[in-house]
Design a protein around this ligand. Sequence first.
Ligand code: DNO
Length: 347
Amino acid sequence: MKMTFRHYGPGDPVTLEQISQIPVVRSIVSAVYDVPAGGVWSYESINAVKSAAAAHNLAFEVVESVPVPEEIKLGAPEAAKLIDNYCENVRRLGAAGVKCICYNFMPVFDWLRSEMEHISPDGSNSLAYDEQTVLAMNPLTGELSLPGWDESYTKDQLRGLLARYESVGEEQLWKNLQTFLEAVIPVAHEAGVNMAIHPDDPPWGIFGLPRIITCEKNLDRFLSLVDMPENGLTFCTGSLGANPENDLVKMAEKYAGRIHFAHVRNILHTGERKFHEVAHPTDCGSLDIYGIVKALHKGGFDGYMRPDHGRMIWGERGRYGYGLYDRALGAMYLSGLWEAIDKENKA
Ligand code: DNO
């Protein structure tokens, strides 16, 4: 297991120096942010991320994300050209030493939350999701302001995009995903890169849009679309765990060999399709983080791990979910679990 930490580039209030001072972290997880989705990343920009990390003794082995443009998810006529661009990015990143690329296949909206500063009794705050609140918002009136969503769409563009998805149901989305994988995975194989799809967050359809990377049955189907080791998963416990029917301990062990990247965080369920994010340890939430890490170890997990969204604690302000302090505590907790489990198994 290789512990990593996400960094959003030069504009991130969390510095590379701070990350390098977390004792267990050896690589950053980052991306090139100066090219819109669908474009080819320049060698200069890729190398700039790499050398900035190297200046702090950090590797740059994981990219999150190379975004998949909507035209690919829609299976639009421009998809073939955009898939070529995507393949070129995979080649360039492989050549630069990147070993793992995280991406997702969620139509229009990336991860969704209804509240950015849910206050806990201890004064910390975190991200929360309440389906009732989300459904009461109309994405077309600008009421919706969500962390993972590209708000650069104008209302008209968004209306147009949602209309184009009206004819794309789950089965069509599966087909478009298969077309994408059949082109990209052989290139990833050549480039020495593992592709790791991120599950949908939350793992169910929303605003009438299909979502398919949601549960064990669908992960089985996903892995069989192109049955090569490079076609793998980002095992995001908070995303999959939003549905209590997902047995994460079972899934962690079952998929360990195809999990290239683990996003480990905890959430507390407070109602039907209602939860908020909590500190990483098992006792703080509804997910058995110890059981999950143990299952990954048992399954032979050998990929990258990162602490995922943290709370805002100690007065920190910054990018929602991506402050320094609570994620650093998470990195320490997770690597402590890993060390103990690993040593017990070798004893
Ligand atoms: C949330 C993240 C996601 C993730 C993308 C992967 O914090 O895990 O935004 O980066 O969905 O493409």
